[in-house]
Write a protein that binds this ligand. Structure first.
Ligand code: ADP
Ligand code: MG
Length: 631
């Protein structure tokens, strides 16, 4: 550990009473760490293992098992054994429809907004399953410290959206932990290496775990990390390497026994355990053997087995899995491109995830960045270690380091005409806040509808609805109210929306807790669609905004013409205004946004004097295109 981390922690030591831990809640494995005199260390369980498989199983007696004992049941009781629950966090059933086949455990039919798993009659949501994993980690820590741990920092992937972060936060709460902060995994890994000490620089974090690949580019400025781009593949990891080996074994078996064993689930799961063992062995050795018991007889009846041994060398293994590892490279290049950087501009490369122990991965990453990655710490521990560093900083309260992140999609509210008014833009660094002024659309409107949306497209129907609330406003002519809508995304990435009537000071706010989040593919799809439809959307938006402006101007003018003061108008002037009203109405009814814009300008010119005199400036004060309707 770098000495600097030591110094920083010593200052804090005196104030730390209860231990604050850092937790990596992983898809495959989870672990817990703490600061030991300035050095982060992982806490092992009673069996001396630091890694806890993120697996939960309900056994025949209804007891909930977590970790290795649950993992053993993947073979014997797959229907009541949950793995990869991280993939389900903050998601609705629709979000995971395509993935459901991959899970052997049942998801209940009444899962609509929140996914529910039915394990031998016990119904659990993903945050509850995660809470069991957290509790198991906490137990080991409680025992280690001899007193209960109460506060924790938990890590999440940088791309986790609001709902996924909320679900993780909830899991912590359910487990009886106060979650001091959710920290991005790549940031935690950088903290574990003490990279913040260099104050400035660019860090690439390459994370190849069990089932996911994430690449993050972080910029360090004045000791603060900012995630400037992320990329990855939610279906790429050590599991795919295992799958290649399993396929190899099944081919060999077929050649040798003349039987296709791929339908024998029990055998396939045994082969899986065997190849994983061999894969790990080949990280430190040039050759290994895949060893497992094969049932005698083609139908695999219980009872007699023979032992199968398939020798593999490291180079055979590497040749076989190379295509899997190479799939990470275009993703990594894309992240660099999104960050606007060349590989040479990366100052530090950090390896995260158990699969980066493989020498092949290390070579390919080194080739890509032209620099040797950090490997001094265990790649499957480094995220938890960094979380412990962050926990220590927060507990000490001396240096509340801001760990920045970016929003994956733009956020805004529904504007008149069914278009989105973006308030925080995609890729904005968080914590972030921004506000926009809105007004009312109708005369005498007594409330405005604040409809919170996420997405890149211009039309509300193409964006995702996150929340909706009403703000009461005093009745006023259209366009006179001043409503400030403020978006705030906190350091954990949780969104808070406030609407405030500036005249009355009345305020309404919501913490956005969507029932489920976006899949990464959905984010990707929304982005692609927004590029595809950019021009069309923009035209439509201009047309809609033009129509709103025209409606307000026409209504105000018609009303004003009826008022007594209108009698002061010269007949010629009146005629001109009436003609302008006619032309604008015609353009408003058409579909040409350019023509409408021209007519609006002409209309404003013609009615300018009139408006000033007669309309209390109502037309002028209309906030261009920023009006909220009532529901
Ligand atoms: P996650 O972040 O998904 O929870 P981990 O970082 O714990 O996952 O990585 C788990 C993956 O790392 C598994 O596929 C595991 O087989 C793999 N792994 C762990 N150690 C090694 C090793 N020595 N060689 C190759 N792969 C390894
Ligand atoms: Mg991980």
């Amino acid at each position: 550990m770098p000495a600097k981390v030591n110094e920083r922690s010593k200052e804090n030591e005196a104030q730390v009473s209860a231990p604050v831990v850092g937790i990596d809640l992983g898809t495959t494995n989870s672990l817990i760490a703490y600061m030991d005199m300035g050095v982060p260390r992982v806490i092992s369980d009673a069996q001396g293992a630091p890694l806890l498989p993120s697996i939960l199983s309900v056994d025949e007696s209804g007891e909930i098992l977590v970790g290795r004992s649950a993992r053993d049941r993947l073979v014997t009781d797959p229907k009541n054994t949950v793995f990869s629950v991280k993939r389900l966090m903050g998601k609705g059933i629709e979000d995971v429809r395509e993935e459901i086949d991959l899970f052997h455990f049942p998801i209940t039919d009444d899962s609509r907004e929140v996914i529910r798993l039915n394990l031998r009659g016990q119904v659990l949501t993903p945050p509850e399953v995660s809470a069991h994993i957290l509790r198991k980690l906490k137990e080991a820590a409680d025992k280690f410290f001899g007193e209960p741990v109460r506060q924790a920092v938990i890590t999440v992937p940088a791309y986790f959206d609001d709902a996924q972060r909320q679900a993780t936060h909830d899991a912590g709460k359910i487990a009886g932990l106060e979650v001091l902060r959710l920290v991005n995994e790549p940031t935690a890994a950088s903290l574990a290496y003490g990279i913040e000490q260099r104050r400035e620089g660019v860090v690439a974090v390459y994370d190849l775990g069990g089932g996911t690949f994430d690449i993050s580019i972080l910029k360090l400025r004045e000791g603060i990390f900012e995630v400037i781009s992320t990329n990855g593949d939610t279906r790429l990891g050590g599991d795919d390497i295992d799958a290649r080996l399993i396929a190899l074994v099944l081919t060999v078996l077929k050649e040798e026994t003349g039987t296709d064993w791929s339908e024998n689930d029990v055998l396939v799961r045994q082969i899986r355990f065997a190849v994983i063992e061999t894969k790990h062995h080949l990280t430190d050795n040039d050759a290994g053997v895949i060893r497992f018991p094969l049932p005698e007889g083609p139908d695999g009846k219980k009872g007699k087995t023979t032992s199968v041994e398939i020798p593999v060398t490291r180079s055979q293994f590497e040749e076989l899995v190379r295509p899997v590892v190479e799939r990470t490279l275009p993703r990594a290049r894309q992240a660099l491109e999104d960050a606007g950087l060349e590989p040479e501009q990366i100052d530090e490369v950090v390896l995260v995830g158990g699969a980066t122990r493989m020498p092949l991965v290390r070579r390919l990453v080194e080739d890509l960045f032209g620099r040797r990655p950090h490997t001094e710490l265990n790649p499957d521990e480094v995220v938890a270690l960094g979380a412990a560093v962050q926990a220590d900083i927060l507990a000490g309260g001396t240096a509340d380091m801001l760990l920045l992140d970016v929003t994956p999609l733009s956020l805004g509210i529904e504007n008149m005409g069914g278009v989105i008014a973006k308030i925080i833009h995609r890729n904005a660094t968080i914590p972030a806040s921004a506000s926009e002024m809105f007004t009312t659309f109708m005369d005498g409107q007594t409330s405005v509808d604040i409809h919170v949306l996420q997405g890149e497209r211009e039309l509300v129907g193409d964006c995702r609805s996150l929340a909706r609330f009403k703000l009461k406003v005093p009745p006023l002519p259209a366009g006179l109210a001043r409503i400030e809508v403020k978006f705030l995304i906190d350091a954990n990435g949780i969104l808070n929306v406030t609407a405030r009537d500036q005249r009355t000071g009345v305020e309404q706010s919501v913490e956005v807790k969507p029932s489920h989040g976006l899949r990464d593919q959905e984010v990707e799809r929304m982005l692609l669609e927004s590029f595809d439809h950019a021009e069309e959307d923009l035209n439509l938006r201009q047309l809609i905004e033009g129509r709103i402006e025209a409606d307000i101007a026409l209504r105000a003018t018609e009303k004003a013409l009826k008022e007594a003061a209108a009698a002061q108008l010269e007949p010629e002037e009146r005629k001109q205004i009436e003609r302008a009203v006619e032309e604008l109405s015609a353009a408003r009814a058409g579909n040409d946004h350019r023509l409408l814009r021209d007519k609006l300008e002409a209309f404003n010119e013609t009615t300018h004097h009139f408006a000033e005199v007669l309309m209390e400036g109502a037309v002028k004060t209309v906030l261009k295109g920023k009006a909220l309707k009532d529901v």
